[in-house]
Design a protein around this ligand. Structure first.
Ligand code: KG4
Ligand code: ZN
Length: 331
């Protein structure tokens, strides 16, 4: 069925509005981020994020609807959780107002589900087949799921403490690097050219036969190392830390794909922008003959297009008067 959806994302420090046709074709996707403003605090300050959301949401909507008549939009979709309550409210109340004023169906989307619909926005998405393993690996979450079809997801495991992206951000802070830490650490790790890696951080829960993760141990190990050693190679620390996080993410995703005999692996979330992660997982997926789908890098981090894509395949239509935000929403 032909369907054009306007998607709104405002769960954390990004405000994003997109128009997507039939869950795959992005007509427009505009994102404004307060990450630069947050960088001096070493992480997201909820109050700063929410205030910025209020400032930018209407200009973003105006820009989005500049060349397209609102009558061409069939539905409004919004991420209603999980996230920061102040930020969530801005997107959700805006979406509810649009749905009521223009009399459009309102579709609610779980932000985490949105992340693993980001690969549908890529050229090769017609090759995605079920069942699939989905890994959402972001600043707030590290979750592995078995996706049986568009309506049936089974949670397999997740982080017991810090999310993978959160570990990147915290280690960056320890090393004196700005927020968000992921791209900074990836850049330093890339500079480490010494083939003989002397420094190793263990990957937690690597040998446990489950789909859980834990990243706070490696963060503490980095902290202890920097306290104990006054002279160290920051590039080597970045490399060893990144390796420890990525190795366990790849291993458990591949293990889940083998156990459930899936046809596809779907990856979403900010950490999926990491090029080394993409290469490692693609290599391992090829080895077990499963197709692995990543979002285009611009759709790895939070964006409205993935919300509109998820809404197309999973039409959870709600009454705009009734819709509430859910900051601790899970699967
Ligand atoms: O999905 P996202 O934009 O927001 C959440 O829903 O959390 O993810 C942001 C997270 C941050 O922790 C950031 O450091 C991490 O994704 N990230 C990366 C990279 N780019 C962003 N982590 C590792 N390598 C990257 N290249
Ligand atoms: Zn996210």
């Amino acid at each position: 069925m032909q369907m054009t959806i306007l998607g709104i994302e405002s769960t954390c420090d990004e405000t994003s509005v997109a128009i997507v046709e039939n869950g795959v074709k992005v007509i427009t996707n505009i994102t404004s981020s307060s990450a630069d403003m947050q960088s001096k605090f070493g992480g997201v300050v909820p109050e700063v994020a929410a205030r910025q959301q209020v400032k930018v949401i209407i200009p973003l909507l105006k820009e989005t609807l500049k060349d397209i008549d609102i009558n061409q939009i069939d539905s409004i979709a919004v991420a209603y959780g999980p996230g920061l309550i102040g930020s969530l409210l801005i997107g959700v109340e805006t979406a509810k107002t649009l749905a009521l004023v223009y009399n459009k169906p309102l579709i609610r989307v779980n932000h985490l589900v949105g992340h693993f619909y980001a690969p549908w926005l890529s050229m090769d998405s017609q090759d995605i087949t079920f069942p699939a393993i989905a890994l959402v690996v972001s600043g707030g979450h590290t979750d592995l799921l078995l996706v049986k079809n568009h309506h049936n997801f089974v949670f397999l495991g997740g982080t017991l403490d810090d999310a993978a992206g959160e570990a990147f951000d915290k280690v960056a802070r320890i090393l004196g690097l700005p927020y968000p830490g992921g791209p900074e650490i990836e850049m330093l790790a890339h500079k480490f050219k010494n083939p003989k890696l002397n420094l190793k951080f263990t990957s937690s829960l690597m040998n446990q036969n489950n789909f859980n993760f834990s990243f706070s141990g490696v963060k503490t190990a980095v902290l202890n190392f920097t306290v104990k050693n006054s002279v160290y190679d920051i590039n080597e620390i970045a490399f060893a830390f990144q390796k420890s996080v990525l190795d366990v993410l790849v291993l458990k995703t591949i293990r889940a794909a083998e156990k459930y005999k899936v046809k596809s692996i779907l990856i979403g979330g900010g950490v999926s922008a990491n090029q080394i992660f993409r290469s490692l997982l693609t290599y391992e997926a090829k080895r077990i003959k499963v197709n692995c789908f990543f979002p285009e890098k611009k759709y790895s981090t939070d964006n409205g297009a993935m919300i509109a894509a998820a809404a197309y395949y999973n039409r959870d239509v709600v009454d705009p008067i009734e819709l509430q935000t859910n900051s601790s929403l899970y699967f």
